[in-house]
Design a protein around this ligand. Sequence first.
Ligand SMILES: Cc1cc2nc3c(=O)[nH]c(=O)nc-3n(C[C@H](O)[C@H](O)[C@H](O)COP(=O)(O)O)c2cc1C
Length: 205
Amino acid sequence: MEAMAASSAVARPTLRVAAFCGSLRKVSWHRGLIRAAEKLCEESIPGLHIDHVDISGLPMFNQDLETGDGEGFPPDVEAFRDRVRAADCFLFASPEYNYSITATLKNALDWGSRGKKSCWADRAAAIVCAGGTFGGGRASLHLRQVGVFLDLHFINKPELHVRGYEEPPKFDADGNLIDAETRERLRKVLLSLQAFSLRLQPKEI
Ligand SMILES: Cc1cc2nc3c(=O)[nH]c(=O)nc-3n(C[C@H](O)[C@H](O)[C@H](O)COP(=O)(O)O)c2cc1C
């Protein structure tokens, strides 16, 4: 947790949200959702800061790359795991590939799960998806299932499943979120993540 958010009416800690994009596409809608979340936090959500953690360069998980009784990792993976550990909560921008999460995202989840203690453990998380008819809803359910073993605590409401192919367009040709209603729904997801994450913080007795 960082210093108290200066502009909030009630002083509360600034929570660091590590955000992950499950797509490698240059004009990814999901990266667009993370950019929109960054902007929303800067402009209208005191106490929440988005840290976009790029998972595109992680090697494909291979147990042979672990050293020292499974406690040592390649340098890129160590750096990734440090950023996961340092986060107060998580935002997963998760595309749906063939009714599930992408290999890119699963790879990152697997790397973070290794070692004596999962790097993901005991933190709040939110999922945002953009896809076809169900807006990525099936990927979201699979991610929740994986999160049980990682000891992630997902917010239940509100959900954000964007039907990306529907008119009017929700994203422009560069993957930027251009729909005001979707932006407002994203803001509510972030506020819910913030509230739940604060509830999970250890209390001083
Ligand atoms: C290999 C592949 C499988 C896909 N499977 C699904 C699917 O099961 N359900 C769905 O709604 N969309 C599916 N899609 C569409 C993606 O969800 C959609 O392209 C989305 O934009 C990807 O996110 P991005 O813009 O961040 O890359 C699939 C796309 C690809 C490339």
